[in-house]
Design a protein. Structure first.
Length: 149
């Protein structure tokens, strides 16, 4: 894992520790109110929630990691591996996007991880709290360090 990817994951883990439990849900990327009218994360919107990847759009605002409605993705060029997943997603669904990747592909590219790792780290888990997600990310980093040795 490259240093930049490790640093990003550590930053996200730290950031998630500040997210109130009622504003976190690993069951969907983000709620409608989280994204606001211009696809700008309005993380202070009343009742809005997001998963760990959804919060990346706030924690890494200047990096280009963002949330977009599926219907707003027309005209964006994405890696062909992401297209297969698009057909079953309703047009108003909010999904994470980073450069030419979306959904778990965005996590793969942004954090330098495999699809399997992205699914494990950021997949749906309705019981997981922000602090538990933070621990999962840090444990993953520790494991990667052990594998390096």
């Amino acid at each position: 894992m490259k240093a930049i990817h490790k640093k990003r994951m550590q930053k996200l883990a730290e950031y998630l520790r500040t997210v109130p439990i009622h504003r976190f849900a690993m069951s969907k990327w983000a709620t409608e109110t989280f994204c606001g009218k211009r696809n700008e994360p309005s993380h202070n919107a009343c009742g809005s929630t997001a998963c760990a990847l959804g919060w990346c759009s706030v924690a890494f605002k200047r990096s280009g990691f963002k949330l977009l409605r599926k219907g707003d993705l027309l005209g964006h060029k994405f890696d062909s591996s992401d297209y297969a997943s698009f057909s079953w997603i309703p047009g108003d669904t909010i999904i994470p996007v980073y450069k030419d990747r979306s959904m778990f592909g965005a996590a793969e590219k942004f954090f330098g991880i495999t699809n399997r790792e992205a699914t494990y780290l950021f997949g749906p888990d309705p019981e997981r709290t922000p602090k538990e997600e933070s621990k999962v990310l840090l444990q993953f980093l520790k494991q990667k360090e052990k594998e390096k040795v």
